[in-house]
Design a protein around this ligand. Structure first.
Ligand code: FUB
Length: 342
């Protein structure tokens, strides 16, 4: 019951800090919140965290989620509806386990759920499921997206109607095993271990008009430093780890992501959806818990950051989605957010 949860006005982090925001819901654990505005309403597509009793490791085996549920709300701060199971891994014909951070999109009367899940060989692939309702239930395609791999899909639709999927994650997300173009199970559990070489890049691919396949092979999303040089693998404060999210504001494209083992949400800015993107700064300092994974939406002329922490559980794999307003400076930079009040 919620009686044992660390929630309410007296809630404090293990370091005694007050939280910036309260969990959106306390009845279930919900992480990696991908928020969207459909028909004037906010829908959040999170991972649905459960406790499988698996100890923490660097590959994230403790993140053993097996279904998705959708959250919805009419306004920020209003009541949140928790949808029923939108799709279960057992109803994804190609999948085996670990239903990780999803995303969603709407196109031409259909809602799409994009799902990174391990296939029967244990390799992460990205699948698509469809519904006529934003809450689901969603019906899976028979096979994952051809040429898809790794985790954390984020679909961005540009003003011209073209959609792109950004994806990838190192360590448990397996991106390092694809560095040579095909899956290498011996490529290690973390990264390339080449700290003075460009870091592993997130990937992007344009989507077909039916949103079910890549229209071209995935290519690197290049993130550069101030001098235009690729961020290096050893630069753990700035290099891409996982959790891509792209939005557009005043003609600029913001590629936002998690730095993983340094626990920042960072951003890089570019002039085209294909990049390159120049590292610009941090959006969110470390939350309580190991992972940090967010989304950003504009709703009724304000910008909001959705994120997650372990306020309710103090366990890395039992996370709670939260939201806070996000502000821009006149030069387009984002005012950094702390997830704590003091
Ligand atoms: O929630 C499982 C995985 O952990 C996600 O896919 C990553 O982004 C990280 O949050």
């Amino acid at each position: 019951g919620t009686g044992t949860l660390n929630v309410g006005p007296n809630a404090r982090s293990p370091e005694g800090k007050r939280y910036l925001s309260a969990p959106l819901v306390t009845q279930i654990f919900a992480a990696d919140p991908s928020a969207h505005v459909f028909n004037g309403k906010i829908y959040v597509y999170p991972s649905h965290d459960v406790d499988a009793g698996i100890p923490d490791d660097d590959l994230g085996n403790q993140y053993a989620m097996h279904d998705y549920r959708v959250l919805s709300m009419d306004r920020i701060g209003g009541p949140v509806t928790i949808g029923p199971v939108a799709i279960d891994v057992k109803d994804i014909p190609w999948a085996s386990k670990q239903a990780w951070a999803p995303d969603a999109a709407y196109e031409n009367g259909t809602y799409f759920l994009f799902m990174p899940v391990r296939d029967k060989q244990g390799i992460f692939r990205i699948g698509v499921a469809t519904s006529k309702s934003p809450m689901g239930p969603f019906k899976s395609e028979a096979a994952p997206i051809r040429g898809s791999f790794s985790i954390d899909p984020a679909v961005f639709t540009d003003d011209d109607g073209k959609s792109y999927m950004y994806f990838g994650g190192i360590w448990g997300g397996q991106l390092q095993r694809w560095a040579k173009g095909k899956f290498d199970p011996n490529a290690g559990d973390t990264d390339l271990r080449q700290d003075d070489k460009p870091a592993l890049a997130p990937k992007m691919a344009p989507m077909t008009a039916d949103m079910k396949q890549f229209a071209a092979p995935p290519r690197d999303v290049v993130i550069t430093d101030e001098a235009g040089k690729p961020i290096l693998g050893g630069d753990h404060d700035r290099r891409f780890f996982e959790a891509s999210w792209v939005f557009k504001r005043q003609g600029k494209y913001y590629f936002t992501y998690s730095t993983g083992d340094t626990h920042f949400i960072a951003y890089a800015v570019g002039d085209k959806p294909t990049g390159p993107f120049r590292y610009t700064g941090r959006i969110l300092s470390p939350v309580q818990g190991w992972t940090t994974h967010h989304s950003i939406i504009q709703f009724q002329n304000r910008w909001y950051l959705f994120y997650a922490d372990t306020q309710l559980s103090n366990k890395n794999h039992l996370r709670s989605a939260k939201v806070t307003e996000m502000f821009f400076n006149a030069d387009g930079t984002i005012r950094p957010i702390s997830p704590f009040q003091d």
